[in-house]
Design a protein around this ligand. Structure first.
Ligand SMILES: C[S@@+](CC[C@H](N)C(=O)[O-])C[C@H]1O[C@@H](n2cnc3c(N)ncnc32)[C@H](O)[C@@H]1O
Length: 270
């Protein structure tokens, strides 16, 4: 009996040595599994597996105004898509004063390991700011123009960021995996989606329950800016369009220079 403490100490020491010896392997294994999970989340859904959205009657043809498409969704004329030759405009230095992007990204309440899709990412103006905020997270930059994604990939190399992946979507579907993202951000992009109902249906499907939809749009009828009207949105219109796909309004941050940042959630049970 008098050797019991000694025997216990030896057993404990052996167990500790064994655990420490096994640890790197376990770590590598769990990292590989994590990588596989993330990869699965960012692999685009193959075209033949895309789920068609419910049929609806929300679109109308109407007068085509300058910068517009003549296609109306719940009373709003959809704007024309900004082509990739406008990358210089997206990267204009004046955006710092016009949008205060540092503040906008600060306002996002996301866990540091969040997986977020920047939908309509363009040149990645917000993608990279997000990636720097979410050091342990992932940013999936979705766009329908390969040229935008090529530019974004070049910049990603330059910045040496590992947590950004580019993802080619379709005009009516993000091709994101179901329940694979914690949040979807759209900056100055949603108003030009040619199929907003289908896109939002696909975004809601890609969100985990309780996930966020974050819209950063230029405020409609704001005399402080001269953004073309079809490239602005009122809060009332945004709320109407998000409600149609079952999203719940959470809050608006209205202290950015020219934009409002609106946050919606996918209900837990959906
Ligand atoms: C005005 S740019 C904004 C880019 C970026 N968010 C920014 O703030 O710099 C809008 C982008 O949305 C993209 N876009 C338009 N329709 C889209 C869709 N259905 N799915 C994904 N991206 C889309 C366009 O290709 C374009 O790059």
């Amino acid at each position: 009996m008098k050797f019991l403490p000694l025997i216990s100490a030896i057993v404990l020491a052996i167990a500790l040595i064994f655990l420490l010896w096994k640890r790197p392997e376990n770590l590598e294994q769990s990292r590989a599994l994590e990588d596989a999970g993330t990869k699965a989340a960012i692999d685009p859904v193959p075209e033949e597996e895309l789920i068609p959205p419910p049929t609806h009657d929300y679109y109308r043809e109407g007068t085509r105004t300058p910068d517009g498409t003549g296609k109306y969704y719940l009373g709003r004329e959809i704007a024309q898509v900004m082509g990739h030759p406008a990358i210089n405009w997206l990267e204009r230095p004046a955006r710092i004063q016009e949008e205060n992007p540092v503040r906008a990204v600060d306002l996002l309440e996301l866990p540091e390991d969040a997986v977020i899709a920047d939908i309509g990412a363009g040149s990645g103006y917000y993608t990279f700011r997000l990636a720097m905020k979410l050091e342990k997270g992932q940013v999936i930059a979705v766009d329908i123009q390969q040229e935008m994604l090529d530019f974004l990939e070049g910049r990603k190399e330059m910045l040496g960021l590992k947590n950004v992946s580019s993802h080619l979507g379709k005009i009516h579907d993000t091709r994101l995996q179901p329940e694979s993202i914690d949040a979807a951000l759209m900056v100055d992009a949603y108003h030009e989606f040619s199929h907003p109902y289908e896109m939002m249906t696909s975004i809601v499907r890609a969100l985990k329950p309780g996930g966020q939809v974050i819209l950063l749009e230029y405020r409609a009828n704001d005399p402080r800016h001269n953004i073309k009207p079809l490239h602005t949105m009122s809060q009332e219109q945004v709320k109407k369009e998000m409600a149609v796909v079952g999203l719940e309004f959470e809050k608006t941050h209205d202290d950015l220079p020219w934009q409002h940042l609106m946050i919606f959630r996918k209900p837990l049970g959906q």
